[in-house]
Design a binder for this molecule. Structure first.
Ligand code: HEM
Length: 212
C-alpha cells in the first residue's frame, strides 16, 4: 500500500531566490528580445523602457544569485554535496536517470531510480544541468551584463576583453542557452509522482513522498 511521508526539502532562502530568479529571468528574456530585435519586437513601449527594465531585472537576478550562493556555501554548507555530480553519477547515474525520463516513465515499468532527501536532493541529470547553469552560465551572464553596464571601474575591462560587440555577443549566446533551459526545466519538473509533486516543495518547502 502507498504511504505518504513528508520531507522538508527546500528551505525558505532557496525558495525566495528561486522565484525572484524565475521572475527576473522571464523579465530579462522579454526585455532582452526587444533590446536585441528593436525593429521587430516592441513589448514595453519604448526602447528605453525595455533597457531600464532589463537593468532592474538584471540587478534582481544578480542579488538573488548572491543569496543562493551565500545560503548554500556559507549557511547550509551543501553547495558541493548537492550540486556537483560524483564520478558515479556521471558514469552510471545519468544514464539510468535518462533511461527513466525517456523510456520507463512512459512505459510505467520502473520506478524513478532517484529518491530525494534533503542531503541528496537532485538526481544525476539534475546535478549535471544545475551545476552548469548555476556555477557557469548564470555567473557568466551576470558578469557580462555588469560589464555591459559600462560603469567606470569596469570600463577598462570592457575594452580589454574586446569591446561592446564581443561582450554583447557572449552575453546574447549565454542568454540563448539559459532561455532554452527554462522549458526543459519546466517539463522535467512535471515528471514527479504527480505533475505538481516537484512544484509544491518550491512553494511550501515540503515534498510528499510516496513510499511503497
Ligand atoms: C521560469 C520558470 C521556472 C519554473 C516554473 C521553475 C520550476 C522549478 C521547480 C518545480 C523546481 C523543483 C524541481 C526540481 O528541482 O527540478 C525547480 C528547482 C530549481 N530551479 Fe527552477 N523554475 C523556473 C526557472 C528557473 C531558472 C530561470 C533557473 C536558473 C537560471 C532555475 C533553476 C533551478 C534550480 C537550480 C533548482 C534547484 C533548487 C534547489 O532546490 O536548490 N529555475 N524549479
Amino acid at each position: 500500500m502507498a504511504m505518504q511521508e513528508r520531507v522538508y526539502l527546500t528551505p525558505t532562502p532557496v525558495r525566495i531566490w528561486h522565484w525572484l530568479n524565475a521572475l527576473g529571468f522571464v523579465t530579462l528574456i522579454a526585455s532582452g528580445v526587444q533590446i536585441r530585435f528593436p525593429d521587430y519586437i516592441n513589448i514595453f513601449g519604448t526602447y528605453r523602457a525595455a533597457v531600464s527594465l532589463h537593468h532592474t531585472a538584471g540587478i534582481v537576478v544578480a542579488v538573488s544569485f548572491l543569496l543562493w550562493l551565500f545560503y548554500y556555501a556559507v549557511i547550509a554548507k551543501m553547495l558541493i554535496k548537492l550540486y556537483v555530480p560524483t564520478a558515479e553519477d556521471l558514469k552510471q547515474g545519468a544514464v539510468k536517470q535518462a533511461l527513466y525520463y525517456f523510456f520507463y516513465f512512459f512505459t510505467g515499468t520502473r520506478e524513478n531510480p532517484h529518491h530525494e532527501s534533503p542531503t541528496n536532493k537532485f538526481n544525476p541529470m539534475q546535478k549535471g544541468a544545475y551545476v552548469v547553469i548555476m556555477m557557469v552560465l548564470v555567473p557568466l551572464v551576470i558578469i557580462t551584463g555588469l560589464i555591459l553596464l559600462n560603469m567606470q571601474p569596469l570600463h577598462n575591462l570592457l575594452v580589454a576583453v574586446g569591446g561592446v560587440r564581443v561582450v554583447a555577443g557572449v552575453h546574447f549566446l549565454l542568454a540563448c542557452a539559459l532561455t532554452a533551459f527554462i522549458p526543459t526545466h519546466f517539463y522535467l519538473a512535471t515528471l514527479g509522482h504527480t505533475p505538481f509533486a516537484h512544484f509544491k516543495p518550491m512553494w511550501t518547502g515540503w515534498e510528499e513522498h510516496e513510499d511503497h
